[in-house]
Design a protein around this ligand. Structure first.
Ligand SMILES: C[S@@+](CC[C@H](N)C(=O)[O-])C[C@H]1O[C@@H](n2cnc3c(N)ncnc32)[C@H](O)[C@@H]1O
Length: 107
């Protein structure tokens, strides 16, 4: 699990949220060496996301994860793409992208 520290205080009742959580699932074999190639990604990640979409996610973190788990030319699927930050990450990393969103142009 990675905690994304967004760098700004958001909504909340008693405490106010400054983070989101990201869980990575991997099908077996879980310890396959070629599946995860970057072992230096910290479990707490600080990044301010560019406000392209109401729920924009951190581009650099997504790039690190995509680079760690895919190879150049691989396809990455994002069926709820919002502001299409994963598409941008894929373009910058030389990955193919398959994706869309329920709402044209995001929410
Ligand atoms: C958290 S946002 C994605 C933000 C995106 N990762 C970014 O960085 O901009 C979730 C998106 O899922 C879309 N969505 C929700 N339900 C969906 C569905 N059933 N099919 C496709 N997209 C859906 C919403 O329209 C919204 O844009």
């Amino acid at each position: 699990m990675i905690v994304w520290d967004k760098g700004k205080i958001g909504m909340g009742y008693r405490t106010r949220r400054k983070s989101e959580y990201l869980v990575v699932f991997q099908k077996s074999p879980v310890r396959a060496k070629s599946c995860w190639t970057d072992h230096t990604i910290p479990d707490v990640w600080e990044e301010k996301a560019e406000k392209i979409h109401p729920h924009s996610k951190p581009l650099e973190l997504q790039k690190r994860l995509i680079a760690a788990t895919t190879h150049e030319g691989d396809a990455v699927l994002d069926p709820a793409a919002g502001g299409f930050s994963v598409l941008r990450a894929c373009l910058e990393l030389g990955r193919d992208f398959i994706g869309g969103d329920l709402v044209y142009g995001g929410e």
